[in-house]
Write a protein that binds this ligand. Structure first.
Ligand SMILES: Nc1nc2c(c(=O)[nH]1)N[C@H]1C(S)=C(S)[C@@H](COP(=O)(O)O)O[C@H]1N2
Ligand SMILES: [Mo]
Length: 161
């Protein structure tokens, strides 16, 4: 009997985390500005991931912990959503923080619009649901030091300019 209860509990835990993940994948980001025709004004994490997700092991510059970030290359993202007038994309976070990234930058640097940390979708409490990471980050490179403030997290809206 005890044995059965243990398995039932494990099953419940597994199922509830599955539910939480599917809920997070339905979270939407507000889009505005120079968008391609027929793009919705709210786009889910699931739709963003459908553009093709790649993973990178990054030594996180703040926590100093090796972290696996997965997401969509910003160039791929821009090619899909932005129209030909777009010269930059502005990311706005829940805490009012915002960064603007130019076309020149996403063509020059490898910039990742990350949806997953260590394989899991994350909520605002863990700096999700969407954040920017420079996966080829190296501390010694001055370009990367300059780009550190652009590692914006808790993104809630994106404006194409
Ligand atoms: N949403 C959000 N993202 C943010 C910030 C912030 O305040 N809010 N701070 C930025 C800055 S200025 C830097 S240098 C890095 C690291 O911030 P921290 O050192 O305060 O953790 O995250 C960036 N991402
Ligand atoms: Mo900063």
């Amino acid at each position: 009997m005890e044995y059965l209860l243990k398995y039932l509990l494990l099953f419940c835990l597994f199922f509830s985390s599955l539910l939480a993940q599917s809920e997070l994948s339905l979270k939407t980001i507000k889009f505005s500005g120079e968008l391609k025709p027929n793009i919705k004004k709210r786009v889910s994490i699931k739709t963003i991931e459908s553009l093709g997700i790649k993973s990178f092991e990054v030594l996180d510059p703040y926590t100093k912990i090796k972290t696996k970030y997965s997401g969509v290359n910003l160039k791929t993202f821009a090619n899909f959503f932005a129209n030909e007038n777009t010269k930059s994309i502005s990311f706005n976070a829940l805490d009012g923080y915002s960064v603007n990234i130019t076309k020149k930058e996403w063509e020059k640097f490898h910039i990742l619009l990350a949806t997953r940390i260590n394989g899991e979708l994350v909520g605002y409490d863990k700096k999700g649901p969407l954040r920017i990471v420079y996966p080829k980050y190296k501390k010694a490179n001055e370009n990367f030091a300059k780009n550190l403030p652009k590692w914006i997290w808790m993104i809630k809206s994106i404006e194409f300019k």
